[in-house]
Design a protein. Structure first.
Length: 558
């Protein structure tokens, strides 16, 4: 279609005539128009929000509006936005940012997010909020760009970091802020040195393992708010002053939950699918288990136990993952005994002779049982398994694309688009559990089970979030009579992590603060000598977590 464009000569003539007669520019009509514009721009009260009337094309939910008001009126622009996965923390952050910009309090902004979310942040801010966010490129102009979006991995590197630290930002927004939980990391040290008036930290999992994690996050917002590290540890880690601590946290953190939003959510339908090893696979699994003692003798006991544990988990995922660890371990060992070399090489030969992994076979069966246009996200813990699955699916005529942390930002965006428009399967490592929105898909397969329960919620939240119109089907594959079946039966099922939204899990983990869940599991499997000992320790952990949760619920209702 041809579009005719004509130059408006009449406008230029009228403008030139107005310039020659200045009086015509200050008529009573023009004066009243100017007064009206100024009235619209004046905000007489700091309470309430003015942004929604400027953005009629965006529908804000009540809880999002309340969050923005609370952050501005009570928290003075320094807050942790900790809504459950899928409730729209990005929208809340954009609403708060827009409100401060309209009021003239913010103009210079830095947004730090995982690399895979940089483009998504820019799109949402530009399209929904009309905020001119700019994506960081190879030669970023940190000083001249008002609203810059970049990854923290890029920002912390030189020469970028040196420049960024000299800039006085009005607002800094950090997405997936739970990655700053460790004060010893470069990410945390970098974030501490940033200059800002207002700061928003976004995370669905403010506490993943230890109570100290929330201390470090809050210290980024308000240094000294929870006292010194030593004081915090002595006062709150015993659990005797949890009510006092909760009150302090609530003054800097907003956490909305699905059940309190008064919104209608689609269902989560969970199916656990038991998988059996063949006789040959079981023999290899037992051989790996029997490596624990000789490996302990070759190295220190803990390392030997953890190494065996790792290979057990890997064999439950793919022979390729276990093979790679065996090979790398053998290459790194200093003067290993002939016996351990022979045993490890024997296992490697046995792995090579195994047929297709039973989990991969079940995945193909599942996909073929669904409608041809139905998409599915598969989560695995291991890159070797990701590569194997992509090959195996291809051999069975199923298109797939990989998604992992090592991809550059552009490739991640490309993989997501390929999945949405062409491929049937997205095979993701844990990087796929962060930030990306996949509401167009409603099936997810947990091919491997992570030890950290909060990561399951992050995975599911990629699909079960605002905008999801279908019930979400969640399939968990578990090899019977193996380490992952212990985790499934004695931890996940017992505390009901799959039965709905995690909800109070973060409070359970808060109370279990002497040792992180992951540390407890690692210690349990690496140090236990028998299956019975493992079972007893797992029962103890599950019972302890249930007791903490029930105690919390009784206290809340009393």
């Amino acid at each position: 279609m041809d579009v005719m464009i004509q130059r408006d000569h009449q406008w230029g003539e009228q403008f030139s005539e107005a310039l020659s007669q200045p009086g015509s520019l200050s008529t009573w009509k023009h004066y009243n128009m100017g007064v009206q514009v100024m009235k619209e721009m004046v905000i007489s009260d700091f309470k309430g929000l003015v942004t929604p009337k400027h953005l009629p094309h965006v529908t804000f939910h009540d809880y999002q509006m309340e969050t923005a008001k609370k952050v501005m009126e009570e928290m003075h622009g320094k807050a942790i936005l900790a809504d459950e996965v899928g409730l729209g923390k990005t929208i809340e952050a954009g609403l708060i940012l827009k409100e401060y910009m309209i009021r003239g309090l913010v103009s210079k902004v830095l947004i730090l997010s995982p690399a895979s979310l940089v483009t998504q942040w820019c799109q949402e801010l530009n399209e929904k909020f009309f905020i001119p966010a700019v994506e960081q490129r190879k030669k970023p102009q940190w000083e001249s760009v008002d609203v810059m979006v970049t990854s923290i991995d890029t920002a912390k590197k030189e020469p970028h970091a040196e420049t960024i630290k000299t800039i006085d930002y009005d607002m800094i927004i950090i997405d997936e802020a739970h990655k700053l939980k460790n004060k010893r990391t470069k990410n945390y040290q970098f974030a501490r040195q940033l200059n800002n008036k207002f700061c928003l930290l976004l995370t669905a999992t403010p506490i993943q393992n230890k109570l100290s994690e929330i201390y470090y996050l809050i210290s980024l917002l308000k240094p000294g708010y929870l006292g010194s590290e030593e004081t915090f540890s002595s006062l709150y880690k015993s659990g005797n002053k949890n009510d006092e601590l909760q009150q302090l946290i609530q003054k800097v953190m907003v956490r909305n939950r699905r059940e309190t939003t008064n919104m209608k959510w689609t269902k989560r339908i969970v199916k656990t699918i038991p998988i059996e090893f063949s006789e040959a696979e079981r023999k290899v699994y037992d051989s790996i288990t029997n490596l624990k003692t000789p490996l302990k003798e070759e190295s220190n006991p803990l390392q030997g136990g953890l190494l065996t544990l790792t290979m057990q988990r890997e064999l439950c995922s793919s022979r390729e993952a276990a093979f790679m660890t065996l090979k790398q371990t053998l290459e790194k060992m200093d003067s290993p005994s002939p016996t351990i070399v022979e045993e490890m090489q024997s296992i490697m030969v046995a792995l090579h002779e195994l047929p297709a992994h039973p989990k991969a076979v079940k995945v193909v069966d599942l996909i073929n049982s669904w409608e041809e246009d139905e998409k599915v996200v598969i989560f695995t813990e291991y890159r070797a398994t990701q590569l194997y699955l992509q090959w195996y699916l291809s051999q069975n005529g199923i298109t797939s694309v990989p998604f992992r942390g090592g991809f550059k930002r552009g490739k991640k965006d490309w993989m997501k688009q390929l999945f949405k428009n062409h491929a049937r399967v997205l095979i993701a490592t844990e990087a796929g559990g962060e930030g990306i929105n996949l509401q167009f898909c409603h099936r997810i397969i947990n091919y491997d089970l992570p030890w950290n329960p909060m990561r399951i919620e992050q995975r599911i939240g990629r699909l079960h979030r605002l905008g999801q119109e279908s019930d979400v089907y969640i399939y968990h594959l578990a090899i019977q009579n193996t380490i992952e079946n212990h985790i499934l039966q004695l931890l996940y099922k017992k505390i009901g992590l799959f039965e709905g939204v995690i909800g109070e899990l973060d409070h359970i983990l808060e109370k279990f603060n002497q040792q992180s869940v992951q540390e407890y599991l690692s210690s349990t499997f690496s140090s236990s000598e028998t299956e019975g000992e493992i079972r007893i320790k797992m029962e103890h952990l599950a019972s302890l977590m249930l007791e903490k949760n029930e105690g919390e619920n009784r206290h809340a209702t009393s």
